[in-house]
Design a protein around this ligand. Structure first.
Ligand code: ATP
Length: 199
């Protein structure tokens, strides 16, 4: 069974494309959702977060004090990198545990916004990059989240450029108006099924 990473910059449509793979029967691990779950479930991670950011990181009932953490990492790249350095390994562990529960499929997908930035792409056999032009992505995210252009540009700033990601990716899916997406997904699915046979 192959492990395939799938990523793309903000608003590229990586989640939308991953849902198409799911319809084809491919299990998808959503790393960003998993990161949120492990922050309240992984005892090792909870201890590390408390040690790094204080006991106030959690309420007495065990829920995450998002405001406390956000206040520390907001506009502070060093603290954000510190938080990511703690959370990413826990998310990798969650992915490994999840993979062990799956069988009888040619491959699984790991969908992650920071697949390349977190180096988690190295743990995948191949990686897919979902691409869309910056302006298209800004329009989509403004519509979806009601964010301002400035906020989206700021978030984009935390991600590797599309150019760098494209170089690291094994496969590209174009999610703009230039090509239909579903035929691209079907063609790649067929390719990955064949590749999984020799794995
Ligand atoms: P993020 O990094 O912000 O989580 P994402 O890369 O996962 O974003 P999606 O959430 O899949 O992107 O898509 C962003 C928005 O654009 C969503 O509202 C989605 O419905 C819309 N969208 C995705 N693909 C297309 C498309 N081909 N045409 C029109 N809208 C699209």
């Amino acid at each position: 069974m192959l492990k395939i990473g799938i990523t793309g910059n903000i608003g590229s449509g990586k989640t939308t494309v991953s849902k198409i793979f799911e319809i084809l029967g491919i299990p998808v691990f959503y790393a960003d959702d998993a990161a949120k779950s492990v922050m309240v479930a992984d005892q090792q991670l909870i201890a590390e977060i408390k040690a790094a950011f204080g006991n106030a990181s959690y309420f007495e009932d065990g829920t995450l004090n998002r405001k406390h953490i956000a206040a520390i990492v907001f506009n502070n790249d060093e603290q954000l990198a510190r938080l990511n350095a703690i959370v990413h390994p826990a998310t990798f562990r969650a992915f490994d545990t999840w993979v062990k529960t799956i069988s009888n499929v040619p491959y699984v997908l790991k969908e992650a916004a920071l697949l390349f930035e977190s180096a988690s792409f190295k743990m995948c056999d191949y990686n897919i990059m979902v691409q869309a032009p910056f302006e298209t992505r800004v329009e989509r995210v403004m519509k979806r989240d009601g964010l301002s252009r400035e906020e989206i540009e700021k978030r984009e700033g935390y991600q590797l450029s599309e150019e760098k990601k494209t170089k690291l990716a094994d496969f590209i899916i174009k999610n703009d108006d230039s090509e239909l997406v579903i035929p691209q997904v079907l063609a790649l699915h067929e390719k990955l099924v064949i590749m999984s046979l020799g794995h």
